[in-house]
Design a protein around this ligand. Structure first.
Ligand code: UT7
Length: 328
């Protein structure tokens, strides 16, 4: 626990600051087409992706997380020492252990508060935000740092053009703070392990050896169909639970995997694309980092404003999916 606990049963949590970070190196589709049998035309029409960022050699998830975290803490008007909980959602941790969250905590120059990683692949940020919300509302801390950070470039098979063109590296972060004002209204999380075979990195470390292929493996069509179905369902679930309708949503901030999945979700909700935050064109799929990267983009460019209803939605390997609905 950091500082005095929050005992008020009515307490909510609100996002008090956002931040994000993209590694310097930006790779366009055309550049990728020089090393992989693909084209800008195929990638952009099938996915909406035009470019992605790749981490420099030796740059780890915790390095990206640190930059995003510093920006979120600054935006919240806080110091690292004010943080009472650190959760990092990542599928590409620095090492097997210690957790990337513990490494991030050390890089932030703080100690003592709980820190842990959360593994729910592309739904990781929504899962982590939900966990942090529970901790803040239970009075375990006043300010929680929630980060999504990924270096997918390390787990891409450059001989598999159906996956290697889809992903990028980056990090996004938020500070979640106790409030008696507006904030997170609800979160709904789901998983169905029977779909574990359609998306994964089917490798493990065993007695000093890597067993299995340590690269992203995906049945793209099956993932596409699954994502389109559950993102619409999850949106309705969140809205129904709060007595709201799709028309009440000011901003939908979905996981950024493919523009066609995003457009299909918006269409099913009857939501114009003008109310959907899209960054997949510039960031590609950054897994657990995609939602906080998109959120920070729309907060910093002034689109998301106080009083607005914002729906965050994730879906990814596991399979996992879920939403966080909040009043900004
Ligand atoms: O974060 C969650 C995880 N990811 C997702 O949500 C991704 C979900 N899936 C998708 O976004 C889409 O399924 C893909 C973008 C992966 C694929 O799009 P698609 O329209 O479903 O294409 P497809 O897999 O049916 O492939 C169509 C063709 C194939 O050629 P043939 O067999 O029709 O001759 C592929 O070999 O496109 C070919 N192809 C490519 N061509 C050029 C596959 N990848 C590429 C490529 N460049 N990079």
């Amino acid at each position: 626990m950091n500082g005095p606990g929050v005992s008020n049963a009515q307490v909510r949590s609100r996002i008090s600051g956002t931040g994000s970070y993209l590694p310097e190196r930006c790779v366009t589709n055309a550049e990728l087409a020089q090393r992989v049998d693909t084209s800008d035309e195929w990638i952009s029409t099938r996915t909406g992706i035009r470019q992605r960022h790749f981490a420099a050699e030796g740059q780890l998830a915790s390095d990206l997380a640190l930059e995003a975290a510093r920006r979120a803490i600054e935006a919240a008007g806080l110091q690292p020492a004010d943080i009472g909980l650190v959760i990092v959602a990542t599928t590409t941790p620095d090492v097997v252990f210690p957790s990337t969250a513990c490494i991030l905590q050390q890089k932030l120059g703080i100690a003592g508060c709980p820190a842990y990683d959360l593994q729910a692949v592309c739904s990781g940020f929504v899962y982590a935000l939900s966990s942090a919300d529970l901790a803040v509302r239970a009075g375990q801390c006043r300010h929680a740092l929630v980060v999504g950070a990924e270096v997918y470039s390390r787990i891409l098979d450059w001989n598999d053009r159906s996956t290697c063109v889809l992903f990028g590296d980056g990090a996004g972060a938020v500070v979640l703070s106790a409030t008696d004002g507006p904030g997170i209204l609800s979160s709904h999380l789901h998983a169905d392990g029977s779909f574990s075979g359609i998306l994964g990195v089917p490798a493990r470390i065993d007695s000093g050896r890597v067993e299995g292929a340590p690269f992203v493996h995906m049945d793209g069509n099956a993932v596409f169909r699954f994502a389109v179905r559950v993102l619409a369902e999850a949106a309705h679930e969140a809205l129904d639970a709060n007595g709201l309708a799709p028309a009440d949503i000011d901003w939908l901030v979905p996981h950024q995997a493919n523009i066609r999945i995003i457009e299909s979700t918006a269409r099913k909700l009857g939501l114009p694309m003008e109310r959907v935050v899209v960054t997949v064109d510039r960031h590609a799929n950054t897994s657990a980092a995609s939602i906080p990267l998109a959120l920070d983009t729309a907060v910093r460019d002034g689109r998301i404003r106080p009083g607005q209803l914002v729906l965050l939605e994730g879906v990814g390997g596991g399979f996992t999916w879920g939403s966080v609905l909040l009043r900004w």
